[in-house]
Ligand binder design. Structure first.
Ligand code: ADP
Ligand code: F6P
Length: 328
């Protein structure tokens, strides 16, 4: 089949992430350059099942490179967790003539792409999530921008914490992954960074606060990954009350929430996402599917989707220890 008869689809799935638009733009432009047709599927796998789609042209993706969010919208699709839903997805691809699909999303979306691949639809998955919880990729599209957003917000909180000799406790996203907390925590000079991957105790936090109080430290930042909420008595507001009672330092909690999902993608994010999008189309052009495009060791490479999904994430414990030392 020459490219002129080849039609590929592209969708964004799961939590949106800054940089997704850069990836979508690269997929569309690369495919059209290679004389393929490109179908933009709206709202993730839900849109695939609902045939919520539009043929893309060169102008469909202009003026989006610098915008957060996704012009293809995104959604979660419970039906796709069942074989019947995936089978319906396969049928839609067959009816529309989609010979390959680029899926831009997180861990869950990768599993959907795996299941569709196993039914014979060549899929290429790109890691699009702020969580950075894709084991096969050193970095996900959205992670760098989310860190910058957190740092910008926490720098503002530092102003008021410093003015009031207070402790600011900040909850950040990441689902069950602590990477946003770890990297933003170092960048913000947090006294403590609480993540699901590493053990901690409230007593340990209090001991470190008291130790640094004795060195003259007057205000504090503590970053809490949302995945540890159960271990701190429910929420960061409760932790603030506990720390204030036990240390005498006025403490206030802030949940950053969905601001972390928006914003202008960083330049590096745009470059990585564009590179990944281009590579995805190159593979589909060669009839290669069932792969993921990931960042490893500073390179953009492709891996078998099943191999990628069987990988275990490694948390950067060395960086975690460095954060603990340099925050005394
Ligand atoms: P993310 O991709 O950001 O991790 P989700 O975990 O919500 O977001 O997954 C996005 C979509 O991927 C889900 O709504 C569902 O359609 C599909 N999905 C998630 N998990 C699976 C799974 N285990 N098997 C098949 N499809 C899945
Ligand atoms: O997966 C991205 C993410 O932002 C997680 O960090 C967070 O826990 C979740 O999505 C929030 O999901 P929703 O947007 O459905 O509230």
């Amino acid at each position: 089949m020459d490219n002129r008869q080849k039609t590929i689809g592209v969708l964004t799935s799961g939590g949106d992430a800054p940089g997704m638009n850069a990836a979508v733009r690269a997929v569309v432009r690369s495919a059209l350059y290679k004389k393929m047709r490109v179908i933009g599927i709206r709202r993730g796998y839900s849109g695939l099942l609902a045939r919520d789609m539009v043929e893309m042209n060169l102008r469909s993706v202009c003026d989006i490179l610098h915008r957060g969010g996704t012009v293809l919208y995104t959604a979660r699709c419970p039906e796709f967790r069942d074989d019947a839903g995936v089978e319906r997805g396969r049928q839609v691809c067959e009816e529309i003539g989609i010979s390959g699909l680029v899926v831009i999303g997180g861990d869950g979306s990768f599993r959907g792409a795996r299941d569709l691949s196993l039914k014979g639809v060549p899929c290429i998955a790109l890691p699009g999530t702020i969580d950075n919880d894709i084991a096969s990729s050193d970095e996900t599209i959205g992670f760098a921008t989310a860190i910058n957003t957190v740092v910008d917000m926490v720098d503002k909180l530092r102003d008021t914490s410093q003015s009031h000799d207070r402790c600011s406790i900040v909850e950040v996203m990441g689902r069950h992954c602590g990477d946003i907390a770890l990297h933003a925590g170092i960048a913000c000079g947090a006294l403590a960074i609480l993540v699901p991957e590493m053990p901690f105790t409230i007593d340990g936090i209090i001991e470190k606060m008291q130790r640094t109080l004795n060195t003259g430290k007057k205000h504090f930042i503590i970053i809490v990954a949302e995945g540890v909420k159960d271990s701190i008595g429910g929420d960061v507001h409760q932790l603030a009350r506990t720390l204030e009672e036990r240390t005498g330092v006025e403490s206030r909690a802030t949940v950053l929430g969905h601001v972390q999902r928006g914003g202008v993608p960083t330049a590096r994010e745009r470059v990585m996402a564009s590179h990944m999008g281009y590579r995805a189309v190159e593979l589909l052009e060669q009839g290669i599917g069932n792969r993921v495009i990931v960042s490893r060791g500073g390179e953009i490479v492709d891996l078998d989707i099943l191999e990628a999904l069987n990988m275990k994430r490694k948390f950067d414990e060395q960086l975690y220890r460095i954060a603990d030392v340099i925050s005394i």
